[in-house]
Design a protein around this ligand. Structure first.
Ligand SMILES: Cc1ncc(C[n+]2csc(CCOP(=O)(O)OP(=O)(O)O)c2C)c(N)n1
Ligand SMILES: [Mg+2]
Length: 546
């Protein structure tokens, strides 16, 4: 077997079912080994999309997704995806080609030091220098990528090593790992803090959305009945806690949810990852913060917990709940604020203005999406509206990126969700700017016969930056553009496209698109004057009054 064969056998050994990417000539031995394997090669139209898809596979399953590229230019196209997985804590393996390392028949043509490029963007970046090291390196790559805190790993396979024949080497079987549970002393201390608190509040952060955690987290919230709010990436990590949900901290301060946060005397921050835009700002005064996480909290200017419960989060929370259940006198202190906070979020949700308000769009999307439907957001102004206003009741049903917050990931992440969950409704939500950053993948989605609706917010602008420009009192400059005819664009890709023509037209158009199946674009014009009216003026008034 050659090096490429060994690599592919090692990937099969890890349970890999598909690899996303764009091969180059340096990968041809790997491509040939894939052809003979059980692994499906899914060719994308840009490596960045392949990396976003692989990362989303890791995010949704806990098992590393795999992407492949050639050397130099192809490998460089993976870098944004690497950063997306690194900041977002998504397990991913990137395999890139390279010219031969034993002799250099093409001098330095296309040669870039990709291992060095990837080093700050990954948990590990290695060049494979001999087929002999492949089984152990691949096992180590998956171990590292999948273990807390998860992230990307890069392996570079030079073409001569890929081609080199080697004796069969035994593969290393993966085994399950249970993490250590929090120390009893830490559990006692945490329990004491919570019992003492007069107004406790749970915060669910990004790591709360790890796929393996949702049952334990829902049980914890259900047993203790402490109200909770979440960060953007912690959204939807609890099922069935609807009556205790106090809101989503999409902004760092002054939002309605901060009425509860500012009154809390203890915040039990479960799985908070400071890659996220801060959900609240810690200062010299303010609540005690208890960090519950797989790993200790990093210390930041705006986040420096006073106590920690570190260990496997699910079992640790069960032990914590054992110490607290039935003894919590003050769990119900903050929920009376809930109705008022949530009422603000339904404001204007049914208004019939056209172009539509963001609130109305979020409302209508929710109507059309079943509880287990998955909405995958790109990055733009609408993300704040979805984070604040879209209610989730099933774990990992609103995928947004509040870590790298890159444009262009909405469509590829939705494609991955649609591949993993062919029987659920999947919606990509994109701005007209972000959609065009990976619009070429419409062809991939159609070729893969995915059922997927892409909702495009059309304002003919980089709306979010235009909004910030206005908020900071700069003149309106440099943020607008024209769009292609998106309906024709969809049809040119053998997808379908529909434009929403009236305020009442969005929900039925989305419904029709889902009913028809296949890849569907739905284009809706948005009225972003609400950005300043609500997110600046109204919240400013609110903070003065509060
Ligand atoms: C790759 C990348 N480039 C630039 C930015 C900065 N940025 C954040 S939001 C935004 C505008 C997004 O425009 P659009 O997708 O049309 O969404 P809108 O805000 O208009 O709804 C920009 C340029 C980014 N986050 N990612
Ligand atoms: Mg836009």
């Amino acid at each position: 077997m050659n090096g490429a064969g060994l690599l592919v056998a090692a990937l099969e050994n890890e349970g890999v079912k598909q690899i996303f990417g764009v091969p180059g000539e340096e990968n041809l031995d790997v491509v040939e080994a894939l052809r003979r394997s059980t692994i499906r090669l899914v060719v994308t139209r840009h490596e960045q999309a392949a990396a976003f898809m692989a990362a989303t596979h890791g995010r949704l399953t806990g098992e590393a997704g795999v992407c492949l590229s050639t050397l130099g230019p192809g490998a460089l196209n993976l870098t944004t995806g690497a950063a997306y997985a690194l900041l977002g804590a998504m397990p991913m393996i990137m395999i890139t080609g390279q010219k031969g390392i034993l002799s250099r028949k093409q001098a330095r043509f296309q040669v870039v030091d990709i291992v060095s490029t990837m080093t700050p963007l990954t948990k590990m970046a290695r060049q494979i220098v001999s087929p002999a090291s492949i089984p152990s390196l691949v096992r180590e790559a998956f171990r590292l990528a999948q273990q807390e805190r998860p992230g990307p790993v890069h392996l570079e396979l030079p073409e001569d090593i890929a081609h080199e024949e080697w004796e069969d080497i035994p593969l290393i079987p993966p085994h399950p790992i249970e993490y250590p549970v929090a120390h009893p002393a830490a559990l006692d201390r945490a329990a004491e803090l919570i019992l003492k608190a007069e107004r406790p509040l749970v915060m669910l952060g990004a790591a709360a959305s790890r796929p393996r955690l949702s049952d334990a987290l829902s049980a914890f919230v259900g047993r203790l009945q402490i109200p909770f709010f979440n960060t953007q990436m912690g959204k939807g990590s609890v099922s069935g806690g609807a009556g205790l949900y106090m809101g989503t901290a999409a902004l760092s301060e002054r939002d309605y949810v901060h009425d509860a946060i500012d009154r809390a005397d203890l915040i039990i921050a479960i799985g908070h990852d400071t890659v996220e835009k801060p959900p609240f700002l810690m200062g010299p005064h303010g609540p005690t913060v208890l960090h519950v996480g797989y790993l200790p909290a990093s210390v930041e200017e705006v986040f420096f917990p006073h106590a920690e419960l570190v260990g496997d989060v699910g079992p640790s929370l069960r032990l914590l709940a054992d110490r607290l259940e039935g003894h919590l006198a003050n769990a119900a202190a903050l929920p009376p604020l809930r109705e008022e906070i949530l009422a603000h979020l339904t404001d204007r949700a049914e208004e019939s203005r056209f172009p539509l308000t963001p609130q109305r769009i979020v409302h209508d999307v929710r109507e059309v999406m079943p509880e287990d439907g998955i909405a995958c957001l790109d990055n733009g102004m609408y993300k704040i509206w979805f984070a604040r206003n879209y209610r989730t009741r099933v774990a990992n049903t609103l995928l947004l990126d509040n870590a790298l917050a890159t444009m262009g990931a909405g469509l590829p992440s939705a494609m991955m969700a649609a591949m993993l969950h062919p029987n659920r409704r999947v919606l990509a939500v994109c701005g007209d700017g972000g959609f065009m950053m990976n619009a070429q993948e419409l062809e991939t989605a159609v070729r893969l016969k995915l059922n997927l609706v892409v909702l495009i917010f059309e304002d003919k602008a980089y709306g979010m930056i235009r909004w910030k420009q206005a908020v900071d009192h700069f003149p309106d400059f440099g943020m607008t553009f024209d769009n292609p005819d998106f309906v024709a664009f969809a049809r040119a890709h053998n997808a379908n496209g529909r434009r929403v023509e009236s305020a009442d037209g969005l929900a039925p158009t989305l419904e029709a698109a889902f009913q028809e199946g296949g890849v569907q674009l739905v284009i809706v014009a948005v009225d972003y004057s609400e950005n300043a009216r609500v997110l600046v003026d109204e919240l400013h008034q609110h903070s003065l009054g509060a």
